[in-house]
Design a protein around this ligand. Structure first.
Ligand SMILES: Nc1ncnc2c1ncn2[C@@H]1O[C@H](COP(=O)(O)OP(=O)(O)OP(=O)(O)O)[C@@H](O)[C@H]1O
Ligand SMILES: [Mg+2]
Length: 294
């Protein structure tokens, strides 16, 4: 069985999605791995980094997005017939080994989820609603992925910023998480907040549904050369090393590179679109480093 790895940080705009799609592409292209990217963010950035908006719109019309699979859990239709295999788009960017489970701008309705879980609690005579909710979170993404886990060496989960139901479920169902961060104080706060939440998540699940996720590494991205030599940057790094230990910080940093941001316009990650760019070279190196860590 392969690895399930979540990319998360409470803070937004720190490079989570860019890292997810480029890592996935490098694993498939340079290392011959079978990789699935699952877009768990209703901003659908991972989806639109790997397919055109037109292709996405067509799929959405046919309900071929992750939303369908959540609906099937929360509000099953008796005549539903799509399987996860039919929803997964294989060989995105024409790259063998790289598959995408497209996200949706509308993933789930918190109220409908609460109502369903309340009904379950009543039916089971369970007084403690939190237990029911935790159990649901624990298995949601795990169950959805169950039938395809053996088909992939890596399943990468691109989480939304913050800490919503899908992020919690992704972390509960992952073997590892990667924490992309910008070398700046607020991004570091995002790391600390996520760490605290993960500790709480582990605590809230007993041995029966134990959560066994580990941090694979912190990746600093969008580091620019001027910043890297400054005192300010050193202070931030010092704090992260103190909090997490130097071994948790990936040696490879992703530089600011306009090619990385521009690649989205070509509906493919920078490692395919401009493989000679500084950003791409960093992603190639980071992929090797993460594989070694694993
Ligand atoms: N190395 C880089 N150089 C230049 N621009 C970058 C780089 N990495 C990411 N970007 C750009 O920065 C923005 C934020 O990156 P990204 O979407 O990956 O962050 P995120 O953490 O996933 O954001 P969100 O929290 O909104 O999901 C995007 O416009 C992206 O193209
Ligand atoms: Mg993102």
């Amino acid at each position: 069985m392969g690895y399930v790895i979540a990319t998360a940080n409470m803070k937004g705009g720190v490079g989570k999605t860019t890292l997810t799609v480029n890592l996935a592409t490098c694993l498939a292209k340079n290392h011959g791995k079978r990789v699935l990217v699952l877009d768990l963010d209703s901003q659908i950035s991972a989806t639109l980094s790997l397919m055109s908006p037109l292709d996405f719109a067509k799929r959405r019309k046919q309900r071929l997005t992750f939303r369908y699979l959540i609906d099937e859990v929360v509000n099953p239709e008796p005549n539903a017939k799509l399987t996860i295999q039919e929803i997964i788009q294989s060989q995105v960017c024409n790259l063998p080994g790289l598959d995408l489970l497209p996200g949706d701008i509308d993933l789930y309705d918190e109220f409908v989820v609460s109502e369903m879980l309340h009904q379950q609690a009543v039916a089971l005579g369970e007084q403690d609603f939190e237990t029911i909710w935790n159990r649901f979170e624990r298995v949601l993404i795990n169950n959805i992925l169950k039938s395809v886990r053996q088909d992939y060496d890596f399943i990468l989960l691109d989480c939304a910023p913050g800490y919503n139901l899908l992020t919690r479920s992704a972390l509960a169902g992952s073997d590892f998480y990667i924490l992309p961060a910008k070398p700046e104080p607020l991004s570091v706060v995002g790391i600390q907040l996520l760490e605290r939440r993960i500790a709480q998540l582990k605590d809230s699940h007993g041995n029966e549904t134990k959560i066994d996720i580990k941090m694979l590494g912190i990746v600093f991205s969008m580091s620019n050369a001027n910043l890297l030599t400054g005192r300010y940057y050193k202070q931030v790094m010092h704090r992260v090393v103190e909090d997490f230990g130097v071994e948790k910080i990936c040696k490879t940093q992703i530089p600011v590179d306009v090619n990385v941001a521009k690649a989205v316009d070509s509906f493919m990650p920078v490692v395919l679109n401009a493989p000679q760019s500084a950003g791409s070279k960093a992603f190639f190196q980071l992929t090797q480093e993460l594989l070694q860590k694993l």
